[in-house]
Design a protein. Sequence first.
Length: 202
Amino acid sequence: MSRSDRTHFQITPVTLSGKYVRLEPLTFAHEAPLNDAAADGELWNTDVTIIPKADGMKDYIQFALDGLNQGTQLPFTIVQLAGNQIVGTSRFYDVFPNDRKCAIGYTWLAKAAQRTPVNTEAKLFMLAYAFETWKCVRVELITDVRNEQSRAAILRLGAKQEGILRQHIILPSGRIRDSVVFSILDNEWPEVKHNLKSRLGY
């Protein structure tokens, strides 16, 4: 990686804002509103992703902030501009500046914000940041093989399915999860960006 490429890869808190959402740097101040968001639909009851109950939210945030301090994660709180309400969270993780790649995940939304433009615009901003600011050549999205809603949403973004990681993660429930890996490459980003902006009515 050249010195000029390295200057693009600053893993520091940033705010991204648009028509529907604002992505704010995650902090402990967001603990209570994130608990409220998770309570909308009792999201912690899902067995296909990890969403903390109220007594686990502080540790969830701490893990994300530890990753930020280590330069491997960049976490966001998702604010729905209609109502200026915190509705969920997402983050970059597995950030590898030398390989110019990262993953987007740990994404969840309150039930009321699902199937709205919120996730589409949040992903547009994060992908744009990865490809246009960090100059990534690859962005990964990984989800539970059983999470049909997430898999469909990732495909709608324009990502390509690559394969399945068998016995990839052991969930808090004890279930051993197979994970599906998707990716978007830098040469695919212009078309993905165009399609996402069209869906959002930009």
